[in-house]
Ligand binder design. Structure first.
Ligand SMILES: Nc1nc2c(ncn2[C@@H]2O[C@H](COP(=O)(O)OP(=O)(O)O)[C@@H](O)[C@H]2O)c(=O)[nH]1
Ligand SMILES: Nc1ncnc2c1ncn2[C@@H]1O[C@H](COP(=O)(O)OP(=O)(O)O)[C@@H](O)[C@H]1O
Length: 190
């Protein structure tokens, strides 16, 4: 069996990555989304093992020490990382593996897996980004300000990605994302 592809999806908090990835997996039957480990607290409705693997700082450090993470980064005041074994298993099974990770993690993946496809999700504007972040109603004012500052840094690196998609109209952005993933996947689906 041929190895599947690795897709990295990054973009500012509130750009719509989670929304797009949820639609992507409905449209691409062989897509599999990695569940990251994080030290951040669960939001209302988030389920351990489904949205994230929620860890203490000590547990996260153990994952680092045991070489259990493919990449990891500090975002805001929390650690986030991609568990290595499950990604390797799903790639070996020929699936299209999706990582929704930040910019620091994306470039670690490019070093380790040069054939990975890096996708950057952009909001239509900073104003719309702020509206979406506030509209989601999951962060405190302090965290919103931190994330808007981080967004400017993230946006400055968007041209280093293989493709940039503007998430303005959701259906159009979904369609562009699904087309890109299927196009790359077709080359290896055989
Ligand atoms: N490097 C890295 N970043 C991650 C990982 N999981 C999530 N992130 C990123 O961490 C940032 C914050 O994620 P989160 O707190 O869930 O906020 P949200 O993206 O606004 O829903 C986002 O940019 C995520 O893409 C991971 O495993 N590794
Ligand atoms: N194209 C879009 N148009 C309008 N609202 C959107 C669009 N995409 C996502 N949203 C909304 O914006 C907010 C942030 O989206 P989310 O997927 O949580 O972003 P991220 O995962 O990048 O932080 C959510 O409330 C979501 O419903």
């Amino acid at each position: 069996m041929r190895r599947g592809n690795l897709f990295v999806i990054s973009g500012p908090s509130g750009a719509g990555k989670g929304t797009l990835v949820a639609r992507l997996v409905q449209a691409v039957p062989d897509a599999w989304v990695s569940v990251s480990a994080t030290t951040r607290s669960p939001r209302a409705g988030e389920v351990d093992g489904v949205h994230y693997q929620f860890k203490t700082k000590e547990q996260f450090q153990q994952l680092i020490d045991s070489d259990g993470l493919l990449e990891w980064a500090v975002y805001g005041s929390n650690h986030y990382g991609t568990p290595k074994a499950s990604v390797q298993e799903h790639m070996a099974a020929g699936q299209q593996v999706i990582l929704e990770i930040d910019v620091q993690g994306a470039f670690q993946i490019r070093e380790k897996v040069p054939e990975a496809h890096l996708i950057f999700i952009e909001p239509p504007s900073m104003k719309v980004l702020e509206q979406r972040l506030r509209g989601r109603d999951t962060e405190t004012e302090e965290v919103i300000q931190q994330r808007l500052a981080a967004a400017r840094v993230e946006l400055s690196r968007k041209m280093e990605y293989d493709i940039q998609l503007v998430n303005d109209n959701l259906d159009e952005a979904v369609s562009q994302l699904v087309s890109y993933v299927n196009e790359q996947a077709e080359k290896t689906r055989g």
